[in-house]
Unconditional design. Structure first.
Length: 257
């Protein structure tokens, strides 16, 4: 009888252990799948600043496709040096909104619009973008008003800019005589890109060589594809009853261009 009782206890213990083991394995598999998706497919990012207004707003959450430009060490979790250079490389298209590692601090993610490709000559003259000596067409479409966290309103001139190849996007300007509205000519080196924010007078980007400068291809993380959530910041995480009023429903699941 004693032997039978011990066997019975062993079976019960085995079942419990198996249940816990299966649960742990499920958690491990789910974690590995999540890491795989973030590493090789899509990674979520949020927008903390207004440098890409009006295209991206503070409080936007978006998915970035990691496979768009191939993979480098900066595609890996924690930037692990598992890849040398870039594999399965595909060049960004002019006008892509891209996430990249800041060349001067690769622990920091930046998001800007790719304006210059390798070999291009980029210059801004009186607020007008020039690519390879030709002024980029821009059409004034009205005014854009942005309110900060304190309710202060700032008015910008809203333009539609048309890049070589016909790709259009919005840009805003406070004036055409700001610190970055007249620049030298930047010649984009081989294997590098030149990026600018759509909020042209409030963007630290490739025009500032000692802060951002030219972006090595290896530093590209991916292309911004779609907004999946957006909040105006008026509701804190625990203020569930305010979420419906803080959510910008019109921006949910919209493409980024």
């Amino acid at each position: 009888m004693d032997s039978s009782d011990v066997t019975g206890e062993a079976k019960k213990t085995g079942k419990k252990g198996g249940g816990i083991g299966e649960t742990l394995m499920t958690i491990v598999y789910a974690g590995l799948i999540a890491i795989g998706v973030r590493t090789f497919a899509y990674e979520p990012f949020n927008i903390p600043s207004g440098s890409m207004l009006p295209t991206l707003l503070i409080g936007d959450y978006l998915f970035v496709s990691k496979f768009s430009y191939g993979y480098s060490r900066h595609s890996m979790p924690l930037g692990l040096p598992l890849i040398s250079g870039r594999i399965f490389e595909s060049r960004p298209a002019r006008g892509d909104v891209a996430v990249f590692k800041l060349p001067t601090d690769t622990s920091t993610d930046y998001i800007k619009r790719i304006i210059g490709l390798p070999g291009d000559k980029i210059q801004v003259v009186n607020g007008v973008l020039h690519i390879n000596g030709t002024a980029v067409a821009r059409k004034r479409v009205g005014e854009y008003v942005h309110r900060d966290d304190y309710g202060n309103a700032y008015t910008f001139v809203h333009y539609i800019e048309t890049l070589p190849g016909g790709r259009e996007h919005s840009v805003i300007e406070r004036s055409d005589d700001g610190p970055l509205d007249n620049t030298p000519v930047y010649e984009v080196p081989a294997g590098h890109y030149f990026a600018m924010g759509d909020n042209r007078d409030n963007s630290q980007d490739s025009r500032v060589l000692n802060a951002v400068g030219f972006i090595p291809a290896e530093n590209l993380v991916g292309r911004a594809e779609v907004l999946f959530f957006s909040t105006d910041g008026s509701a804190r995480l625990w203020e569930i009853w305010k979420w419906p009023f803080a959510t910008r429903f019109s921006r949910l699941f919209t493409g980024i261009r």
